[in-house]
Design a binder for this molecule. Sequence first.
Ligand code: ADP
Ligand code: ADP
Length: 244
Amino acid sequence: PPVLEVRDLCVRFDVKGGLLNRTIARVHAVEGVSFDIQPGETLALVGESGCGKSTIGKALLGLVPWTGSVRVLGRETRGLGPTGLKTVRRQLQMVFQDPGASLDARMTVGEQVGEPLDVHGLESGSARTDRIAWLFRRVGLSPDMMGRYPHEFSGGQRQRICIARALAVSPRIIVADESVSALDVSVQAQVLDLLQELQDEDGLSYLFISHDMAVIDQVADRVMVMRLGQVVEEGTRDAVLRSP
Ligand code: ADP
Ligand code: ADP
């Protein structure tokens, strides 16, 4: 069965303005989007800036109000309260574009990788330290670096730290939102290799949001193309990228 089943997803934003700050317009950011992701599969979500890609990721995490149906590991998430949403966020983690901006400059990277363990009440004490060390090794970083701060790392290393943080709670699905877009091409390739390795070994599924066709070509099993909030094309990578 699919790990993620999305049906007729809609997200609309009210735009406020004017002297009375009333609703002056309504943006249909995502309009009737449906898709499935199978275990171990990478679905790439492509389309020009503003077409609604990030909004889909945010809706899946309950960060924006939405309508429709979203099933995570077979369970409907519509109408879940805080406890239910917390469970969904364990199963589905997000890795963002700018690892600099999503890391806290004043906190050691070890503390940040361990943070989801605290949020979800998982390991503590020495088991927590062991888990953080394991996560560092998992993403190709030395556990000796745990006590350092984000500015001491390169962009590629910071992205590895963000991936380690996402992996801390053993999710089944990762939403990668332009996760390698800010990196040099050679560093991109290394991070993409890491994501591929995690998928091969752990059966992770990815919703891979990107505007970069070269990257999509490397990672995608299937590709979904969006335009103005709607899906305009969907199919296997070869069918979508190599169609005449
Ligand atoms: P993409 O990720 O494809 O670049 P987004 O999902 O960020 O696109 O945005 C889709 C549309 O929704 C855009 O028109 C954007 O301006 C609008 N939008 C996104 N977030 C908000 C918000 N909080 N309030 C109003 N409009 C928004
Ligand atoms: P609450 O109102 O307390 O947040 P919910 O109705 O949101 O309760 O969730 C009820 C229970 O269902 C919670 O214990 C939650 O962990 C569990 N749950 C919700 N969604 C999922 C899911 N996708 N997979 C597994 N368990 C879930």
